[in-house]
Design a protein around this ligand. Structure first.
Ligand code: AVJ
Length: 344
């Protein structure tokens, strides 16, 4: 096999594994007592595009608030960073917020390597192409991976690639790593999972490295509820696309019109919950599984949790994972916080 064929074959193995995972996860989730599907399946090509649109909705304050914090504090953050820096971003998406940081860093750093890691290959390809033309002096390599499972691998690849690139081009080896986990993606994780994720990042870091994590903060429930049920109906479309994806990829017969998007803040759990509620008693047939699942009128498929943090909880989480919370960068409403963490 030549190299191209080899790449193609590898692609097929990977895609096949993803198909099997999706099928198995949907089967487990729909057979469960309380139906659920992991939020990571919301982000196929269509879902990732819809999420980009959510970020532009007036009700979805998260993205613009975090961007405003980065605009304000990017100069401070870039001063803290070393001069040869390796940036690794988990769940980079369109990288539009990171571009704010990159533009400051590129003004003063000697050498910047940027490794965006994302689950969606289309978004990743698009954003790396855009960033490469915007920042010709930054070395950019996109890594397609599910950061939850692939963090060790992804970070290892990034570290090795930076080493090779600097050796090949006779350039300096990065003297520090800056890991970014923005957008409140951490909110999708249960506390125990968030600890293990930050814990595995911590293991990859050395004394001078830094980690920036975006946390959405607890606030008035009406603000939260509106953010996850925008008037234009984009979040509803995003949620319902999960069913369309099951139809596309798993040969399902789900009728999108027979489900309703439902998002609410649970004060007890301190999280937003997103559900797809069945409007009727119906049978859900999934061709790829050769199985039918019954769902009752009013019964829901739980598709996402988005935890909202307090500053105390953030400090405790950092400490639990052997990080020192160096600084909280917040907007003036204290709606969002970008925590700067260093290895303790
Ligand atoms: C990408 C997980 C940060 O929880 O706010 C947006 C996803 N879901 N609207 C969030 C999402 C519904 C988003 N995160």
């Amino acid at each position: 096999m030549d190299k191209r064929e080899e790449e193609k074959a590898e692609m097929t193995v990977q895609q096949n594994r993803e198909f099997e995972d999706f099928a198995a996860d949907v089967e487990r989730g729909l057979a469960a007592q309380s139906k659920y599907v992991s939020p990571k399946y919301l982000y196929d090509e269509v879902g990732s595009q819809l999420f980009e649109q959510i970020c532009l909705q007036p009700e979805y304050y998260l993205t613009r608030t975090e961007a405003s914090i980065l605009n304000k504090y990017a100069p401070v953050i870039s001063k803290l960073a070393g001069s040869n820096i390796e940036i690794i971003e988990l769940g980079s998406g369109s990288s539009s917020k990171t571009a704010i940081l990159l533009s400051y860093l590129s003004l003063q750093k000697k050498r910047i390597y940027y490794f965006p890691i994302d689950i969606s290959s289309s978004i990743l390809m698009e954003s790396t192409r855009r960033l490469k033309s915007q920042f010709p002096n930054i070395s950019i390599i996109g890594i397609r991976s599910d950061y939850n499972l692939g963090i060790d691998k992804a970070v290892a690849v990034a570290v090795a690639a930076a080493g090779c690139m600097s050796a090949e081009q006779n350039q300096e080896i990065p003297d520090m790593k800056l890991v970014l986990f923005l957008g409140s993606s951490i909110g999708n994780f249960e506390l125990i999972e968030a600890r293990s994720l930050l814990g595995s990042v911590r293991k990859k870091l050395h004394t001078n490295d830094l980690l920036l994590v975006g946390f959405d903060l607890q606030k008035d429930e009406s603000v939260l509820n509106a953010a996850y049920d925008d008037k234009a109906g984009i979040t509803a479309k995003f949620n319902l696309n999960l069913l369309a994806r099951i139809n596309r990829e798993l040969d399902g017969n789900l009728e999108l019109g027979k489900f309703e998007h439902h998002a609410f803040y649970s004060r007890e759990q301190q999280r937003m919950e997103m559900h797809l509620v069945s409007k009727t008693n119906q049978q859900l047939y999934i061709g790829a599984l050769g199985k039918t699942f019954s769902i009752r009128k009013g019964e829901s498929i739980h598709t996402e949790n988005s935890y909202k943090y307090t500053l105390n909880q953030i400090a405790a989480l950092a400490e639990d994972c052997s990080f020192t919370l160096e600084k909280n960068f917040m907007d003036k409403n204290r709606w969002f916080n970008i925590a700067l963490l260093s290895p303790s």
